[in-house]
Design a protein around this ligand. Structure first.
Ligand code: EPZ
Length: 419
């Protein structure tokens, strides 16, 4: 089990390149199943979750080649296995994203139920309901979703609850279905728009992505595509918060100013000086004192749940009190007990965490429990007095490319250790 050792108290100063978005690359990789033509992808982040998705696609017969220009080339002409096995799905829940494409192009799929994870039960009932509404026969048996359909039919489908990957699965099912599909109460995340842009590049007919109503007219076949994955807005937000907590200054390159509105406004409220350009964001916290900021997570364009743990860490040493409300997942405060070990004063009552800033956190051995919780612990460790050891760091490798290298580029004292 690998650990990160972070010696806190150093300002983060410098510039880094933001990687491609994990949560855009995953559905786009799954969408490669929809065509038998060549797909070339750029800006795909090198992360464990991406590797798992590639392994899953290869197990189905998709040909995957990384060329020397870090371009990922895929071809799904010879897919011969329509199964997503438990041993892969259990390591990466987003494997559920192959369900829609498989049923849509091949009329069959057997996908292991993803099961829950640290942050919640993570059901996929809405994915299944949507595909059933499109005419798929689906039974859930022996821990597997077994789906079949002669030909999916376009449908008007309203999500009872907003679901990011649920919306993505129904989008990918609809692009090859018979007729028109209207998805209402659709997720509006930028990653939905990136998937829609990719599908349009393949020849799909999609409108309304980024709003709560997406309209898709099915086509018979999809072409190949060359596509560049969007920047990772959560990685961007994470490094901005890491810089803010250390009173530093950072320039993020290869990102985008219009992906993080709710996060940037919270950072400005916390006292940060923010400037943005088309593909860059800068933050300067050298002349300000950190003020605690309250927030309530909600689907895009609201404050992202994937930034909640990072702001928990920030608020733990900010001036004043903050109320942090988690509305998306039922168990997404596991980082708080670890922050307590570092001296944070955060009380949890139901889905509300109330923080009172302390002058200084102190280093302690802590344990990562999920991807974004580990980002929160890294942020706390950067500001804490002493050497913090963060265990189970494989969580962070799922979603942050070359994390210690990027932190070292910014002046942090961080090293990876094998225990
Ligand atoms: C996506 O997960 C992201 N993952 C998550 O990022 C992110 O936290 C989440 O959206 C919310 O923004 C990817 O895109 C790969 P949901 P997803 O379906 O799609 C309930 C990270 O850190 N729900 O939008 O699984 C669900 O339990 C990860 O990168 C159902 O009840 O989330 C939750 O309470 C963590 N039934 C709410 O909806 C369903 O069928 C939103 O979940 C589906 C969801």
């Amino acid at each position: 089990m690998q650990k990160l050792k972070i010696s806190g108290g150093r300002k983060l100063v410098g510039e880094i390149n933001i990687s491609g978005a994990k949560n855009a690359a995953l559905p786009i990789l799954a969408a490669s199943l929809l065509s038998e033509r060549n797909i070339s992808l750029n800006n795909v982040p090198q992360l464990n979750d991406i590797a798992t998705m590639i392994t899953l696609l290869q197990s189905m017969g998709v040909e995957v080649i990384f060329d020397d220009r870090m371009q990922l080339n895929l071809n799904a002409q010879n897919v011969n296995k329509l199964i997503a096995p438990y041993d892969l799905v259990k390591t990466m829940r987003a494997s559920i994203l192959v369900l829609g494409p498989l049923v849509s192009r091949f009329g069959a799929a057997e996908v292991s139920l993803p099961g829950g994870c640290a942050i919640g039960a993570r059901p996929v009932n809405l994915h299944i309901d949507g595909l059933r509404a499109m005419g798929a026969e689906i039974e859930v048996q022996d821990g597997y979703i077994k789906a079949s359909a002669t030909k999916l039919q376009g449908v008007d489908y309203c999500f009872k609850e907003i679901s990011v990957t649920g919306t993505e699965n129904i989008m990918m099912a609809a692009v090859l279905a018979n007729g028109k599909t209207t998805i209402t109460n659709a997720a509006k995340e930028p990653e939905i728009v990136d998937l829609a842009n990719f599908l349009r590049t393949m020849g799909a007919t999609i409108k309304g992505d980024g709003t709560n109503t997406i309209i898709i007219n099915g086509v018979n076949k999809l072409n190949g595509a060359d596509y560049k994955v969007m920047p990772d807005r959560i990685e961007s937000g994470t490094y901005l918060v890491a810089t803010a907590i250390t009173g530093g200054k950072i320039l993020l390159k290869n990102t985008s100013e219009n992906l993080l509105g709710s996060v940037l406004s919270k950072l400005i409220e916390a006292g940060a000086e923010i400037e943005t350009g088309t593909d860059w964001i800068s933050l300067d916290m050298q002349r300000s004192n950190l003020k605690a900021v309250s927030f309530s997570t909600s689907p895009y364009p609201g404050f992202p749940t994937d930034m909640q743990a990072q702001f928990c860490a920030l608020n733990s040493v900010a001036n004043g009190k903050a109320e942090m409300v988690e509305n998306i997942f039922e168990n997404r405060f596991q980082h708080v007990v670890e922050l307590h070990r570092m001296g944070a004063d955060i009380q949890i009552k139901g889905n509300i965490a109330t923080s009172r800033g302390v002058d200084l956190l102190t280093a302690a051995p802590v344990m990562a429990t999920d991807l974004r919780a580990s980002a929160g612990l890294i942020i706390a460790a950067l500001a804490a007095k002493g050497d913090t050891i963060i265990d189970r760091i494989y969580h962070i490798d799922r979603g942050y490319e070359r994390v210690e290298e990027k932190l070292q580029q910014l002046g942090a004292s961080v090293s990876r250790e094998n225990s």
